[in-house]
Ligand binder design. Structure first.
Ligand SMILES: C[S@@+](CC[C@H](N)C(=O)[O-])C[C@H]1O[C@@H](n2cnc3c(N)ncnc32)[C@H](O)[C@@H]1O
Length: 249
């Protein structure tokens, strides 16, 4: 049975926005809250009890606690061992170091494949999406969510200057802070749009890989869901787009 308690209300969006402001000064609050919310959101699409769940680009382990609390067998994969140990966290059991664009797992190995805020850091995000589909079991759930380049947080710590160009925003950050941004344009942060995600989702349907595909503005209230289907508007208003679909047998 899927989780009945997840409600994408305006209050929930407001709460998340408040927590986002504490990413730097209180990472436990920020990541803990995002992880709880994500686990509840994913549970609204699939029963996680006993599910084998792959988290591509899982980062420092907050999602492990949240998904395990819902009964999933959580397998994090990340390209960077340093990220797994951020904020004093210890890598959990089953942690795999690897590249999301070339997953070291058999076809259909997971009931749920999940990725949060990773695709925008990957040069070939749609190759990663294809890999996630490949390792999802028939009937299993894919939930791939990423920060949109033209949204208010698209440039990450270089925002809002990214609106004037990613390279220029990174240069400006380097001048101001005396070092390059961690999320450096065209190195570790790419111009990942909703349009490209929507095109990938359509192609996955056409190729017979996914069904019941939905584009969901991840942090917005349910009544604002329509913005994900409006080209142009969705790039700036969605903030973060989740592509949700079920693996075809
Ligand atoms: C912004 S963090 C997101 C962490 C967590 N998923 C979240 O939503 O808070 C991005 C993560 O993606 C990882 N990553 C970047 N490129 C990757 C790749 N090609 N394959 C796997 N992980 C990758 C990074 O090491 C980092 O841990």
């Amino acid at each position: 049975m899927t989780s009945p308690e997840f409600r994408a209300t305006l209050g929930r969006s407001w709460r998340l926005l408040g927590d986002f402001r504490h990413e730097q000064d209180d990472p436990d609050r920020f990541y803990g809250s995002l992880a709880q919310d994500s686990a509840a959101q994913v549970s609204s699409y699939a029963d996680l009890t006993g599910a084998r769940l792959l988290d591509v680009g899982g980062g420092p382990g907050y999602f492990a606690d949240a998904f395990a609390a819902r009964g999933a067998t959580y397998v994090p994969l990340d390209a960077d061992a340093g990220e797994l140990a951020l904020h004093g966290r210890e890598p959990g059991p089953r942690t795999v170091i690897g590249d999301g664009t070339s997953l070291p797992f058999a076809d259909g190995a997971f009931d749920v494949t999940y990725s949060s805020n990773v695709a925008e850091h990957v040069r070939h995000p749609w190759a990663m999406a294809d890999e996630m589909v490949r390792v999802t079991s028939p009937g299993g759930l894919l939930f791939l969510s990423y920060t949109l380049w033209y949204g208010p947080w698209g440039g990450h710590e270089t925002s809002p200057w990214h609106f004037l160009g990613g390279g220029r925003a990174a240069e400006r950050y380097a001048r101001t802070h005396g070092h390059r941004p961690k999320n450096d344009f065209d190195v570790s942060l790419f111009r990942t749009t909703a349009g490209r995600g929507a095109a990938w989702a359509r192609s996955a349907e056409r190729r017979g890989l996914l069904r019941e595909v939905r584009l969901v503005p991840r942090y917005l209230p349910v009544w604002a869901g329509f913005v994900a289907s409006v080209p142009g508007l969705r790039e700036v208003a969605c903030w973060n787009l989740a592509i949700v679909g079920r693996r075809r047998p």
